[in-house]
Write a protein that binds this ligand. Structure first.
Ligand code: FE2
Ligand code: FE2
Length: 276
């Protein structure tokens, strides 16, 4: 297999017809036999990979080039998730705009060629597969909840349902209720994952203000959380459940890893992938 074929396998599993903006091949690799797959990859990792005889390193998080520069575009997928859950399209669009405004200066400033340049110097294949894996993971979480939630579910029932997913059981982090309460009714819920990064304050507000009672994020920073507490109350009726970064990322990654292995590729995982 080559890096292009690997990307196509990921797109097919994610049911995507085009490559999302946060996903790219930085250094193409032909006739790949051994690949190293991690959530975050840095320059030292490429050296280890070379020394250990890998032909290709696959990162989950964006590595460079267009995946960094064009990253804010993928945030628009938050708008799709919001509208699918009944949020009016103008409210969804303004949440996306706010997120993109927050993110664009960073994407513009980042060193988009550091890691790719090291890979080129070493002759090591390098690519990142971000949104396709997260989209697969989002779907697994969504379908698991749909299949396992009782009628009149409470937040704790949703956590119990998600904990049937092996990655959550094997992770060293637990699923936590960051806002609201485990005893609260779950109400209308949405998994906000597979859209670049968490939706921060803008997406959570758009959701809570338009009828969604429980939002699932895979991570959130403390500043955003504090602002949400100020609006909705730390233990009020609106719930924010945070499922855990590495565990949640691993769900979609593992679907791809298993498929690549089934096609005869040797794929070794590291850097946070919970390989269940
Ligand atoms: Fe991810
Ligand atoms: Fe991630």
């Amino acid at each position: 297999m080559d890096s292009e074929e690997i990307l196509n396998v990921a797109l097919r599993l994610a049911k995507q017809s085009e490559t999302p903006a946060d996903t790219t091949i930085n250094v193409p690799a032909k006739d790949v036999k051994r690949t190293l797959f991690g959530i975050d990859v840095d320059a030292a990792d490429l050296l280890v990979a070379k020394e250990k005889g890998y032909d290709l390193v696959i990162a989950h998080h964006p590595t460079g080039g267009s995946a960094i520069l064009e990253f804010p575009k993928v945030l628009s997928k938050h708008g799709d998730i919001l509208t699918r859950h009944g949020v009016p399209s103008d409210a969804a669009a303004s949440a996306v705009r706010e997120l993109q405004e927050e993110r664009e200066p960073r994407a513009h400033a980042e060193n988009y060629d550091h890691l790719p340049s090291v890979a080129r110097l070493m002759g090591m294949g390098l690519m990142c597969i971000h949104n396709p894996c997260d989209e697969i993971g989002r779907r697994v979480m969504d379908e698991t909840l749909r299949a396992r939630l009782p009628r009149e579910a409470h937040v704790r029932d949703a956590i119990a349902a998600l904990e049937t997913i092996p990655e959550f059981r094997a992770a060293k982090t637990r699923i936590v209720v960051r806002m609201g309460k485990a005893e609260n009714p779950l109400g209308k819920w949405a998994v906000h994952h597979g859209a670049g990064t968490n939706g921060g304050v803008p997406v959570a507000r758009a959701a809570f203000d338009h009828g969604i009672d429980t939002v699932f994020y895979i991570h959130i920073d403390a500043g955003a959380l504090r602002r949400l507490w100020e609006v909705y109350g730390h233990e009020g009726p609106k719930n924010l459940v945070v499922t855990g970064h590495l565990a949640s990322d691993s769900i979609g990654i593992n679907v791809l890893v298993r498929e690549l292995r089934a096609r005869g590729l040797r794929v070794d995982t590291y850097s946070g992938i919970i390989d269940v």
